[in-house]
Design a protein. Structure first.
Length: 97
């Protein structure tokens, strides 16, 4: 199975960057799940939880966001959010914050 390259960026800087199997986010018209090979899209995000399932398994990484945008193109997912709630940034090896 192919992987996704994911960047999660808030107004105060990069939150997380890495390789993932799946990304889920609260799109304006409902929850959206992204896997490799997804059709290119640009979506407005509403407040809710962004989840990233990193390559290698384990627990999904989770962040509560207050809205933003999600872009998918050529297995690259870019999530740009207004704010990330404090205490939701994971402390993991792939965390670039």
């Amino acid at each position: 199975m192919a992987d996704l390259e994911v960047d999660l960026v808030a107004t105060d800087g990069k939150v997380w960057s890495g390789t993932a199997r799946q990304v889920s986010a609260p799109a304006a018209d409902g929850e959206i799940g992204i896997l490799a090979g997804h059709t290119p899209i640009l979506s407005v995000l509403r407040p809710g939880e962004v989840r990233v399932q990193p390559v290698g398994g384990g627990e999904p990484l989770r962040w509560h966001v207050d809205g933003g945008f999600l872009s998918v193109d050529s297995d690259t997912v870019t999530v740009v959010v207004d704010t990330v709630a404090s205490g939701t940034r994971p402390a993991s090896a792939g965390d670039t914050h």
